[in-house]
Design a protein around this ligand. Structure first.
Ligand code: ARG
Length: 467
């Protein structure tokens, strides 16, 4: 180990010989990021090791230096994992903290690590590596949530509830079909994440501060070591853009919005006025004043947290909009919104995969609601079309029938055949089947329709896709 002084440790006094006065404590706190960016430590060390291995292979540093760096990084890893690593605010960020400790441990080899590298390409690499791995975890959770929904859909393929438009009863639908609508949304969210992952998984290292470097670096080799799909092809772009973080947050926002819509429905369905479902007690809380209350806190919070993630998207977009090329310190502000987006989405997906399994379905209440609101009116119109009426005439005839049914306070199916025939003589005894909820559901056999046989086919498709 070299006995030469460690410049990084003196940073609290000045950056280099150039600086003649130290930062005030306030400015130090203002500029430091170590309190939050320390969570990048694993990616930082992985990036440094890949860089050092390449430097040695290219003959830029000696094999002995590489061995020292590896030994030092192994110890630092152990210290961080044990919680004994001393993070110093004066060393500003995760990068300088680790490098300073490395130099303390192994001397000159530690000081050689930064050859051909800048914190600008280093941090861009760290964030990309970290996000890539987080995306993998999120994708697994998203698949679990989809599987839970698919299983619940399969059990409820035959259960009928009113489908709404404008939150007014529209047509009967299968509850399984309704649940599979969310599976479609989450499947697209998963695709979006996979797409973001591809663009995220490119290597900035080798761009150095902004212009590239004069050392003979083998960037492809570093990318391969780190499992990255490619190398960023323009050094100015590589160190400065955070579009990968922005598009990840956009994908996360959409996913949260899907969770939020589902949450809104869960809250509605659980209210006494609907009574369609119950949620397991472990996802609800009581009231401190009203003893009868059981509140759907988890879906409500998910709906609320969606606002928070969308806010992070706005924050990141605004962070980027006025920045000239190349790196600016503004970019240090990318981390907290990005980290919080990942944390929020991860917790939400994990909880919802479990919550879906704990949904208690109340089929009678659903059916009862579907029988109010003339949900089979379209079926009666379609019946008349099959008897030869133009659709618009059929629509008008049925509107009259609904009007009379409302006046009498009965459902269409409860009107006597003779009454129905006053609206159109083509109506025969075979109309009875058409006016049932079951008949309405079974008739919608078109691809993507709500007929239970279609729902089962979709369940099979999703199961195979998610296996
Ligand atoms: N902590 C910084 C960030 O997150 C690292 C890069 C600093 N680079 C610089 N030239 N000051 O962006």
């Amino acid at each position: 180990m070299s006995s030469s002084s460690n410049q990084l440790d003196k940073k609290s006094q000045a950056w280099s010989a150039l600086f003649s006065e130290p930062m005030s404590e306030l400015v130090q706190r203002y500029t430091a990021s170590v309190d939050f960016d320390r969570r990048l430590w694993k990616a930082d060390i992985a990036g440094s090791l890949a860089h050092a291995e390449m430097l040695a292979a290219q003959g830029v540093i000696a094999a002995g230096d590489l061995a020292d760096i590896r030994r030092g990084m192994a110890q630092i890893t152990a210290e961080i994992e044990a919680g004994s690593f001393e993070w110093k605010l004066a060393l500003e960020d995760v990068h300088l903290n680790i490098e300073a400790r490395l130099t303390q441990l192994v001397g000159d080899a530690g000081k050689r690590l930064h050859t051909g590298r800048s914190r600008n390409d280093q941090v861009a690499t760290d964030v990309r590596l970290w996000l890539r791995d987080e995306i993998d975890g999120l994708s697994t959770l998203l698949a679990e949530l989809q599987r839970a929904l698919v299983e619940l859909a399969d059990k409820n393929a035959e259960v009928i509830l009113p489908g709404f438009t404008h939150l007014q009863v529209a047509q009967p639908v299968s509850f399984g079909h309704h649940l599979l609508a969310y599976v479609e949304m989450f499947a697209r969210d998963a695709e979006r994440l996979a797409d973001v992952r591809r663009r995220t998984n490119h290597l900035p290292l080798g761009s150095a501060a902004l212009a590239g470097t004069s050392y003979p670096l083998d960037r492809e080799r570093v990318a391969k070591t780190l499992g990255m799909e490619g190398v960023c092809q323009n050094s100015l772009d590589a160190v400065s853009d955070r579009d990968f973080a922005i598009e990840f947050t956009a994908a996360a926002s959409l996913c949260m919005i899907h969770v939020s819509r589902f949450s809104e429905e869960l809250v509605l369905w659980m209210s006494q006025n609907f009574g369609f479902i119950d949620l397991a007690d472990r996802f609800c809380t009581g009231s401190s004043i009203m003893p009868q209350k059981k509140n759907p806190d988890v879906p409500e919070l998910a709906r609320g947290k969606t606002g928070r993630v969308v806010g992070h998207l706005m924050g990141l977009l605004t962070l980027m909009k006025g920045q000239p090329l190349a790196y600016n310190k503004d970019n240090q502000e990318d981390k907290e919104p990005l980290f919080d987006t990942v944390d929020t989405l991860r917790d939400t997906l994990r909880i919802f995969a479990e919550l879906v399994g704990g949904i208690v379905v109340k089929p009678e209440a659903m059916e009862r609601a579907a029988r109010r609101g003339y949900a089979t009116a379209t079926d009666l119109a379609d019946y008349l079309v099959k008897k030869g009426l133009p659709f618009r005439d059929a629509h008008e005839a049925v509107a009259h029938a609904v009007k009379v049914a409302i006046q009498q306070g009965v459902d269409l199916a409860e009107l006597p055949l003779a009454t129905l025939q006053t609206f159109h003589p083509a109506i025969g005894a075979d109309v009875a089947e058409v006016l049932t909820l079951r008949g309405s559901l079974d008739a919608r056999k078109v691809l993507g329709g709500t007929a239970p046989q279609q729902v089962r086919a979709q369940v099979a498709r999703h199961r195979a896709r998610l296996a």
